[in-house]
Design a protein around this ligand. Structure first.
Ligand SMILES: *Cc1c(COP(=O)(O)O)cnc(C)c1O
Ligand code: SF4
Length: 443
């Protein structure tokens, strides 16, 4: 049913079984033997603070081991020394070297984690909705028309990105974990909120869940036949980290039937796929997966942060967007890497981010210019850097909100004093000597 004429039929339908690697078994990866002792030690040290997980597909098909350690896919999954600040690295390195107890290591790891801004963008205390006076821990409702849902079984990924902004969920800092066990709460909440048009399943990666488990959420929502619900989105990295989820996993076909069912119900189904570098969209497996998904009536939109050491060049984005468009995917957001975790390693100044966006955008046809960015998912909203210019002799950033905590803030240009080093909204000051940004006056 989902045979895809546009891609090569995979003769080796499967590049092996999904095999997961973490700190406890990564040395069994044959290619790891080519790393130096120093590189392996850095993995041991950094991997004790930030989550580390990779898998057989990433190792065998995405990473170019001849290009290690500079290969973007290697950097995306494998920890390295510079991902911790030097004083954090040295403290943890001392403990690991002297064979400290598990308890001591965990204690220090937690201390360091708290210094890495784990609650970026106020995720923990804000946007948590209530239903009949009861808090709903698995939902987040920040922007009027969209509700995020974090199914408890989907709060992990097929591999972990070293820049991950959801990392606190993966390191067992339990009170950061969003979870939702009962699909009925989601349905009741959406029913009671006529302003909500979109539900986004997110994680982690909801497509880590078996189809049966995911279906229990999705079918419930569709069966409720809520007239104001227009779009169901699934935020996923599976196309990149485990495309076999859509092709040859034992429940891959069932997943596609489920997509077809959602699309047939009249709701728009969109996969919000996360691709950081062109390699992720080049394999036969991912291309077959995209073709199969699209043939169910679902659409694929793509997003990624702009990451130093991984995709910080216009060439990389032009390549990424063109390949996506050729496969029928729609480029959606380019994000600024959040101020959490290893941001000091991956972060890019806002002025450089805008230059890269501008150059990439100007080099693709209008078909790929659906992408908006560079955008910061900050506390007041999604703030886009529109550009750098001069107003009345003062050099300024021109900004606007693509999403706002208050919908009235959206699409109003505002100005910040130019700062060549600024890499996040918090680093910016209002232009023209003003004390506050317009949205700060209202809160
Ligand atoms: C980005 C985002 C959304 C979705 O916003 P769109 O602009 O509709 O894609 C919803 N909730 C949160 C918290 C977000 O960061
Ligand atoms: S796919 Fe998303 S949630 Fe998962 S590790 Fe990467 S950034 Fe984090």
């Amino acid at each position: 049913m989902w045979s895809c004429r546009s891609t090569k039929v995979l003769t080796t339908a499967h590049s092996g079984k999904y095999k997961s690697y973490t700190l406890s078994n990564y040395k069994t990866i044959p290619q790891v033997a080519t790393l130096s002792e120093e590189q392996k030690f850095a993995i041991e040290v950094v991997g004790r603070v930030l989550p580390f997980k990779t898998n057989s597909y990433v190792v065998n098909e995405l990473i170019d081991w001849d290009n290690v350690p500079d290969d973007p896919m290697f950097i995306l999954n494998f920890p390295r020394k510079e991902m911790l600040l030097p004083h954090h690295f040295d403290r943890m390195a001392d403990l690991v070297r002297c064979g400290a107890s598990k308890q001591e290591i965990t204690g220090l790891a937690n201390d360091i984690r708290l210094e890495l801004n784990p609650h970026a963008a106020g995720q923990l205390d804000h946007n948590r909705p209530f239903l009949n006076g009861e808090r709903l821990p698995g939902l987040q409702h920040k922007y009027k028309e969209t509700v995020l849902c974090f199914p408890s079984q989907g709060q992990t990924c097929h591999a972990y990105c070293t820049f991950c902004f959801r990392w606190p969920q993966f390191v067992g800092v339990d009170d950061l974990r969003f979870s939702m066990r009962k699909a009925s709460q989601l349905v009741d909440y959406v029913k009671m909120h006529p302003e909500v048009t979109d539900v986004i399943f997110t994680g982690g990666d909801p497509l880590v869940m078996r189809t049966k488990v995911f279906a229990s959420y999705l079918k419930h929502l569709i069966a409720a036949d809520i007239p104001h619900l227009e779009t169901v989105r699934i935020g996923t990295k599976s196309l990149s980290y485990w495309p076999h989820r859509f092709t040859s996993d034992s429940d891959a076909d069932d997943l596609l039937y489920l997509f077809e069912e959602v699309a047939a119900s009249g709701k728009h189904l969109a996969l919000m796929a996360h691709f950081n570098s062109p390699r992720e969209i080049e394999t036969d497996a991912v291309q077959e997966a995209i073709c199969r998904i699209r043939s169910t009536g679902a659409q694929i939109r793509t997003q990624s942060p702009l990451l130093r050491h991984i995709n910080d060049s216009a060439d990389s984005w032009v390549d990424l967007w063109k390949k996506q468009v050729n496969l029928g995917c729609v480029p959606y957001y380019m994000f600024v890497v959040r101020d959490t975790g290893a941001q000091h390693y991956f972060g890019i100044s806002l002025s450089r981010a805008w230059e890269i966006y501008r150059e990439s955008f100007s080099r693709v046809s209008g078909i790929a210019r659906t992408v908006r960015g560079p955008s910061m998912s900050a506390f007041p909203g999604k703030v886009q850097v529109l550009g750098v210019t001069e107003v009345g002799g003062e050099k300024v950033f021109v900004l606007q909100m693509l999403q706002g905590r208050n919908p009235d803030w959206v699409a109003r240009p505002f100005f910040a004093a130019y700062d060549i080093k600024a890499s996040w909204l918090d680093d910016l000051q209002p232009a023209f000597g003003e004390k506050q940004f317009f949205f700060e006056k209202e809160t």
